[in-house]
Design a protein around this ligand. Structure first.
Ligand code: FAD
Ligand code: SF4
Ligand code: SF4
Length: 478
């Protein structure tokens, strides 16, 4: 029976079933179950079909949320899928890992006093259903075009661009230094947030649609950037940001202090069935250790929760500000707390203790001072407040900066901003080098999957316009 809309008064907000913390601590499976069609319809029917949908305004890919919610409520799932996939290349991925509390759902204005519509879970349900029913088909361009496009980086930005360009009939080759497609969706984000099959099936679909992948190939090392430019009519740089911010201080060079992404990548590789020497020898394995994670962002949350699942003896997260001021999503903090992680707010490391290998962190209490020019409260150490935390493994999750791409690519003309991100014209997505475009984290700095998708889509359109202009100019000159 199709549901009518505006049911928020009658129907309460329900997320898909969340597995009990005790069970989910024991494996790396996703923590949320699936909606069944009647639950999805009921939850979608809570939407009040706003005239100005703030959910859509705050969705980076401008999903037509009220319309696909209505179609879901009416049981018209194939149409809901068509609509949802027209603005988002990977709706089932965003439905799982967007920080909805800061984006669509956080801006759902259903009515004061009522909980938001569970937009992300419905979005995920629509496309999961589409895959089950066989509605998701490889790209079939209406006509082939001769021009070839190179994409460096098979993360969400590169993949979204690849799909859009292939739809337009271009010959698309994606180069990646890794052995699998997906970028941080495969090697960064843990599988309890995003199971890897979900990403890998997109790889197969893109290949079936004619996108060519050249893996285990680092541009700047295995193929020069100049060679790549010569091979293709246009190039998109979507290489992400990977240089981990470091921490200094006495003892910071001890063994057992590791960067977050090394730890997470090893865990993801183990989950994928790879053998990882640094996991086997314990370097990147939390089992049986007291683990201290330093940082308060989503990467830190992924590390603490991975450490719990690996069987750490204890897991603490040290963050120099308080809970209200942490950058990580509150939903992830709650999940981590449920799973047994201890948060030590307003605490910053001063030194690392140990002989050869770390055995503890010396920390100092912080207090929040007056807001600085950016409006963010400064943090200052509290005099005489030092304390020690035992640690057999310390994970540094302090954020990422871009690598030095002009040097890595042997291309000093590639312009960068003062943060090291690539400088592009924000309308054309083109760098100062003709035919070289850039998108995703390498332009924005560390951001979100959904923003990379948005940029990839926009950059693909601009690459198309660039090629078409060149074709027209060539015709005019004939
Ligand atoms: P990436 O995903 O980083 O992909 C870049 C690709 O380029 C990689 O595959 C890399 O191998 C390749 N590459 C780099 N240099 C070269 C080269 N020279 N030659 C060939 N290939 C190259 N976002 C969310 O929305 N939700 C989350 O829950 C979330 N969790 C995260 C957890 C962690 C631990 C991290 C680190 C990030 C998380 N993010 C999350 C952020 C999100 O993953 C990124 O914003 C997004 O993946 C950026 O996409 P991208 O395509 O720009 O780059
Ligand atoms: Fe919300 Fe992300 Fe989906 Fe947009 S893409 S509707 S922000 S979950
Ligand atoms: Fe529906 Fe909420 Fe979006 Fe309004 S803001 S259209 S109630 S999902």
């Amino acid at each position: 029976m199709p549901e009518r809309m505006l049911q928020f008064i009658r129907i309460d907000q329900h997320m898909p079933q969340k597995r009990a913390a005790e069970t989910r601590r024991a494996d790396f499976d996703e923590i949320y179950g699936d909606f069944d069609p009647s639950q999805a319809a009921a939850q979608a029917s809570r939407c009040s079909q706003c005239g100005i949908p703030f959910c859509q305004v705050h969705c980076p890919v401008s999903n037509n949320i009220p319309d696909w919610l209505k179609l879901t409520a009416e049981g018209r799932l194939e149409e809901a899928y068509e609509l949802s996939s027209s603005t988002n290349n990977f709706p089932e991925i965003c439905g799982r890992i967007c920080p909805q509390d800061r984006l669509c759902e956080g801006n759902c204005v259903i009515e004061k006093g009522f909980d938001s519509v569970t937009i992300g879970s419905v979005e995920r349900f629509i496309t999961d259903t589409a895959f089950q029913k066989g509605w998701v088909k490889p790209i079939k361009p209406r006509a082939e075009r001769a021009q070839s496009m190179a994409i460096i980086g098979a993360g969400p930005g590169g993949l979204a661009a690849a799909e859009e360009l292939r739809k337009l009939g271009y010959q698309v080759t994606v180069y990646d230094r890794y052995d699998r497609v997906g970028g941080l969706m495969v090697y960064g984000i843990p599988s309890f947030k995003l199971e890897k099959d979900i990403v890998l099936r997109r790889w197969k679909l893109l290949e079936d649609g004619g996108v060519r992948f050249v893996l285990n190939t680092e541009i700047g090392r295995d193929i020069s950037f100049a060679e790549l430019r010569a091979r293709h009519d246009a190039v998109l740089v979507a290489t992400g940001v990977y240089k981990a911010r470091d921490i200094g201080g006495p003892g910071s060079g001890l063994d057992g202090i590791v960067p977050a992404l090394d730890f997470l990548t090893a865990a993801n590789r183990i989950g994928l069935g790879d053998s990882v020497a640094a996991f086997a020898d314990g370097t990147l394995n939390a089992a049986g250790r007291d683990v201290v994670v330093i940082g308060g962002g989503d990467t830190a949350m992924d590390c603490v929760r991975t450490a719990v699942r690996q069987g750490a003896t204890s897991v603490k997260c040290l963050y120099r500000r308080d809970k209200a001021n942490m950058p990580g999503s509150m939903r992830e903090v709650k999940n981590a707390e449920e799973e047994g992680v201890e948060f030590v707010w307003l605490a910053a490391p001063e030194a690392f203790m140990g002989q050869g290998t770390v055995s503890g962190v010396r920390a100092v209490r912080m207090h929040l001072g007056l807001p600085d020019a950016s409006g963010r409260q400064s943090v200052e150490p509290v005099e005489g407040s030092r304390f020690d935390v035992p640690a057999g493994l310390v994970i540094k999750a302090l954020g990422f900066d871009p690598e030095d791409l002009p040097t890595a690519f042997g291309c000093p003309d590639l312009p960068v901003t003062r943060w090291g991100t690539l400088r592009v014209d924000h309308r054309s997505f083109m760098t100062a080098l003709p035919g070289v475009f850039a998108a995703g984290d390498i332009v924005r700095g560390a951001s979100l999957v959904v923003w990379a998708i948005r940029d990839g889509r926009d950059a693909a359109l601009q690459m198309h316009l660039h090629i078409q202009n060149a074709v027209q100019t060539a015709h005019a000159a004939e």
